[in-house]
Ligand binder design. Structure first.
Ligand SMILES: Nc1nc2c(ncn2[C@@H]2O[C@H](COP(=O)(O)OP(=O)(O)OP(=O)(O)O)[C@@H](O)[C@H]2O)c(=O)[nH]1
Ligand SMILES: [Mg+2]
Length: 519
């Protein structure tokens, strides 16, 4: 075999576990293929053919095994159901190390012609006793050939029929119409038709009677057919086919998972739906914050400390509003056919950190606005005016000083009169104005602490909301990446499945074995 089946199962189990933990699959035991996996009854590689009588209660399964044994080894009777345990009948030299200890009865024989067959009588499948059904289901994975026993009156048994359809490909099948002593040929023909409908082209049906000898009793033929099949080659072929069937079931299951992971278009739609929903939510939040801005700005301006984070803008109402938007996103994902649990897990961080992150953005921006008052233009102008407040009076005074010195010098030369009253008034005015004008501009243009806080709050709100949107975007992106990884993992498993099933198991057309199998 190109790839080891048990290795594949191990890998599938590993993947199933982690995919379940991350919420990509919803059930820890969805892999029916893993549940059905055999715990081998035999320690060594060569093993006998395992054959079991299965069917509704009272059709004569135990009676058939007793007939084969030549003595009453299994309980047969009129009580319904009679058998409540599994009866094994095999050669004395055979050892079955891994047998379950409860509900089992073992009888040995010395017939060497039956050395390679283990016969099993199972309880009825359609039982009113749930324990019987469980017992049958737990033994099914070990069975190579299922002998489906019916009676002429009860060959249309619904439950057993459903089992046949669901388990069909997992085993080889033989059919027995027991109680043939009261059977009609039409009933056997109708049964054959029914099997044909189920997928058996030429089913092997044996008519038997365990009570009285009837004409055409085919019990010996049945025993011989099974004994002839008990070769290592057939057992290996059946085993390999069984594995193929289980791998195919596994492939179907994995394909199912792939479908549950949704598609790329859905992912793109999810993001664009979020963006348009977020616009509405952000506007709603912004409007809801408006009435609290003024008192909050006043509190910031008064520089009184905040006692709790709820004192800032993000309150319970805002959180509910944000949660609602995220819930809509999850419902959207569900509608678009995407798995919701991993998305919910990713969104949890954004959900839980919303208040802290939003409030810290608002606080930081407000604090910065209080430190750096006004906008860039205002700040440049204020700087300029502050400088002017110093430079202009100095310049004016220097100019006046120069005029005084110059006037004095010129009056000495020309013996003209020295600086007059006008000069004194004008120079006082120039000096005064050169100081007063920048002083008033500075006073008028300097924004109040309250105004700055308000501006910081507004900026913080915008940044906080943008940050929330960014966080959700990141969560969607992580969800997208995780999905890609899961897809990769499942596809890798599918390739391994393909490797196993590519090796075909061929059966000779129309051979006994081929007639016992359906796809
Ligand atoms: N007429 C007739 N009766 C049979 C035949 N085989 C079995 N019986 C009777 O059918 C009844 C049920 O037989 P069992 O062998 O206990 O049937 P079973 O399928 O094992 O039933 P459960 O253990 O309840 O599942 C018994 O009374 C048998 O004597 C048969 O070939 N012909
Ligand atoms: Mg029985």
């Amino acid at each position: 075999m190109a790839y080891d089946y048990s290795e594949l199962l191990q890998r599938v189990e590993g993947w199933t576990q982690q995919a379940y933990e991350l919420g990509w699959i919803s059930d820890i035991s969805p892999a029916s293929f893993l549940q059905k996996e055999k715990i081998p009854l035999f320690g060594n590689s060569t093993r006998p053919l395992i054959v079991a009588f299965m069917g509704g209660t009272g059709v004569g399964k135990s009676s058939l095994l007793n007939r084969l044994a030549g003595k009453p080894i299994a309980k047969a009777g009129v009580a319904r159901p009679t058998s409540k345990e599994v009866t094994l009948f095999h050669h004395r030299e055979m050892t079955l190390p891994n047998l379950p200890t409860t509900d089992i009865r073992v009888t040995n024989h010395d017939d060497d012609s039956q050395k390679n067959v283990v016969w099993i009588d199972m309880p009825d499948f359609d039982s009113t006793d749930a324990h019987n059904k469980e017992l049958v289901l737990s033994w099914l994975p070990h069975i190579d050939v299922l002998i489906y026993v019916v009676s002429p009156e009860r060959y249309r048994d619904e439950k057993a029929w459903r089992l046949l359809l669901s388990e069909g490909a997992n085993h080889a099948w033989l059919f027995v119409m027991n109680q043939w002593d009261r059977g009609q040929i039409e009933q056997a023909t109708d049964f054959a038709k029914q099997l044909h409908f189920a997928g058996f082209d030429a089913p092997l049906i044996f008519k038997t009677s365990c009570i009285e000898t009837v004409e055409n009793d085919e019990f010996l033929k049945l025993a011989e057919t099974l004994t002839s099949l008990a070769t290592q080659k057939t057992i290996e072929q059946l085993e390999q086919r069984g594995e193929h069937v289980r791998v195919q079931a596994l492939q179907n299951q994995l394909q199912n998972y792939l479908m549950q992971f949704g598609n790329e278009t859905a992912l793109k739609k999810l993001h664009s739906h979020w963006l348009s929903n977020w616009k509405t939510t952000a506007t709603q939040l912004q409007q809801s914050f408006a009435w609290r801005l003024q008192p909050l700005a006043e509190q910031f301006a008064s520089l009184s400390p905040f006692e709790k984070s709820g004192d800032l803008l993000w309150d319970d109402w805002a959180q509910t509003c944000f949660d609602d938007a995220l819930n809509v996103l999850i419902i959207d994902a569900q509608t678009l056919g995407l798995p919701t649990t991993p998305l919910e897990i990713e969104l949890l961080v954004a959900r839980e950190k919303a208040q802290k992150q939003f409030n810290s953005h608002v606080e930081l921006q407000t604090r910065q606005a209080l430190v750096q008052r006004g906008n860039a233009v205002q700040r440049a102008l204020l700087k300029f005016v502050t400088v002017a407040e110093i430079i202009l009076p100095l310049a004016a005074m220097s100019w006046v000083g120069f005029q005084v010195v110059n006037g004095y010098y010129e009056s000495n030369q020309t013996h003209d009169h020295y600086l007059n009253l006008d000069f004194a008034i004008h120079s006082t005015l120039v000096c005064g104005l050169s100081w007063l004008v920048p002083f008033f501009i500075l006073k008028k243009c300097q924004p109040s602490l309250e105004k700055c806080a308000l501006r910081g709050l507004n900026k913080g709100i915008s940044q906080g909301l943008a940050n929330l949107n960014h966080e959700v975007g990141v969560a969607i992106e992580r969800f997208q990446q995780q999905r890609a990884t899961q897809l990769q993992n499942v596809n890798a498993l599918l390739v391994l499945c393909e490797k196993i099933t590519s090796e075909k198991v061929e059966f000779a057309p129309n051979s006994t074995l081929e007639r016992m199998l359906i796809d």
